[in-house]
Design a protein around this ligand. Structure first.
Ligand SMILES: O=C(O)CCC(=O)C(=O)O
Length: 488
């Protein structure tokens, strides 16, 4: 291990069965702190089918049940730009290679000529929707990214869009599997999302760097970051690397690690390991996604600044490059938050109405939805000040059209179902309340009364203000406020 990696502490381990959702939010999600959670994988089919008695992966099972699947496999010994070189192969070929490597006990460090292959980013749930290998723990359910992608493509390009475009409309629910010695280079997660990673079998060593220290792993131009913290990290290129203080963690079988937004991490499989891994974002880290888009936008723009004068649609090109590099551009993100605003508003309005009529206490749920909307509004306020958002984005959404889209109804149903399941798991939903969930599009007549075209963050803010004013008019819950400390 490199002497330059200063370990300053370990990641806390907590029994997930003794942690309430609110505690998880307060201690980890809101504070953006990592944690390892135990006790949350009881009864998972993956833990039965994918593991044999001695804790080793059941490789034969994968070959015989999923052998024909085509998967992305990283060659852990070959760098390609900021990642490892990837190749596509069948699961059965991957497993054959694994068995061959295991018989020779290769490791990343030993470099004995064997190629170490690591199966990554396998969209297993998408490919086998009826297999149900696990249930997402309560703490990670409020997942806007995957809920959205189940019904909508993230990147909308009218020139290239096809309804069946798998890449666009995929998900961020993955299976990873690889022999001892496989590893993942230093990185922060896609969209600066949260992630969770559950060890079905095996053991992983994680090295974490807090966002406040991330500049230390960059070169002096803040252009490229260290690839392997245990590899060759030249002082001349990364002068501050030695100042970084890392947190370390050994994640055992049946433990789940929560990776907060913007934390750089490097991961090593200490044993033959299978893990399940989701990326996600919600009201608590939406701001991180926007900050990354702004940073990547300026970078994309910087690369083509010299052709600005000869470019017919410079801003359009910046946005296309941003989408290609980051996975979404400004308008994709804006459409995403606009749809989520509407879906949250529909639910909120429904609950407020129900609350008026019934005696049951829906205050916690109402608060959750209201704070979702407040967080969206806060991000919108930040978006307003961005130059690239100026007049170049034409009317993007007409609420009346959105309400007619079957995909939007699917989104509303999925969000409603998610909050229903979360409340059931939290034990906060008495039998009599269950009927209130669901989606009633009649409820949004108040939104339709306002201007239905949403093309800029200002429009969305105005729409949200209007909706909250209406809600205040019908609610006896005290006044809904959309003003947060960020605005003051
Ligand atoms: O398990 C791995 O190898 C990498 C996982 C990871 O980086 C993540 O969950 O963000």
């Amino acid at each position: 291990m490199s002497v330059n990696v200063n370990i300053g502490g370990h990641i806390e381990k907590v029994n997930g069965k003794e942690l309430s959702y609110n505690e998880f939010v307060k201690r980890y999600m809101e504070k953006n702190q990592p944690v390892v959670l135990t006790g949350l994988m009881d009864g998972w089919r993956a833990c039965r089918d994918w593991v044999i008695g001695n804790g080793q992966p059941n490789l034969q099972y994968f070959s015989s049940h999923f052998g024909c699947s085509r998967v992305q496999v990283a060659d852990c010994g070959r760098r390609e730009f900021t990642d490892q070189k990837r190749v596509e192969m069948s699961v059965s070929d991957f497993i054959s290679h694994w068995l061959e490597v295991s018989s020779k006990d290769c490791t990343y460090a030993s470099g004995n000529g064997q190629t170490l292959l690591y199966l990554k980013d396998w969209h297993f749930v998408k490919e086998y929707p009826d297999y149900a290998p696990y249930t997402t723990p309560l703490f990670f359910r409020d997942d806007w990214l995957n809920i959205y992608l189940d019904s909508h493509p993230m990147h909308w390009d009218p020139d290239t869009y096809h309804k069946t475009n798998d890449v666009n409309c995929s998900d961020y629910r993955f299976v990873y599997m690889g022999p001892k010695g496989t590893w993942t280079p230093l990185h922060a997660d896609v969209f600066r999302s949260y992630s969770w990673s559950a060890n079905v079998c095996g053991k992983k060593k994680w090295f974490f760097l807090s966002p406040s220290q991330c500049h230390l792993v960059y070169d002096s131009n803040m252009k490229s970051s260290v690839y392997d913290i245990f590899g060759d990290v030249p002082d001349a290129k990364f002068p501050d690397f030695n100042k970084a203080i890392w947190l370390e963690c050994t994640q055992e079988q049946n433990e789940i690690i929560f990776v907060p937004s913007g934390w750089y991490h490097q991961v090593h499989n200490l044993e033959d390991t299978i893990s399940i891994n989701h990326n996600w974002f919600n009201a608590y880290n939406l701001d991180w996604v926007w900050k990354l888009l702004v940073k990547d936008y300026w970078e994309a723009r910087g690369y083509i600044e010299d052709i600005r004068d000869i470019c017919d649609d410079f801003e359009g090109l910046c946005q296309r490059n941003l989408a290609a590099n980051t996975g979404m551009n400004f308008s994709d993100f804006f459409i995403f938050i606009s749809r989520f605003s509407l879906a949250n508003l529909i639910q909120l309005y429904h609950l407020v109405r129900y609350h008026q009529n019934g005696a049951c206490d829906l205050f916690t749920k109402i608060q959750h939805l209201a704070s979702n909307l407040m967080s969206i509004r806060n991000v919108c306020v930040k978006m307003e000040s961005i130059e690239g958002f100026g007049g170049n984005i034409a009317a993007l959404l007409d609420i009346r059209d959105v309400l007619e889209e079957p995909e939007f109804l699917d989104l509303c149903m999925a969000l409603s179902k998610t909050y229903e399941i979360m409340d059931e798991q939290r034990g906060q939903i008495p039998e009599m309340e269950k009927e209130i969930f669901g989606v009633d599009l009649e409820d949004i007549s108040f939104i339709e009364a306002s201007d239905t075209k949403v093309s800029t963050p200002k429009d969305l803010i105005r729409g949200l203000n209007y909706a909250f004013m209406k809600l205040n008019g019908i609610s006896n819950l005290g006044s809904f406020s959309l003003i947060s400390s960020d605005d003051i």
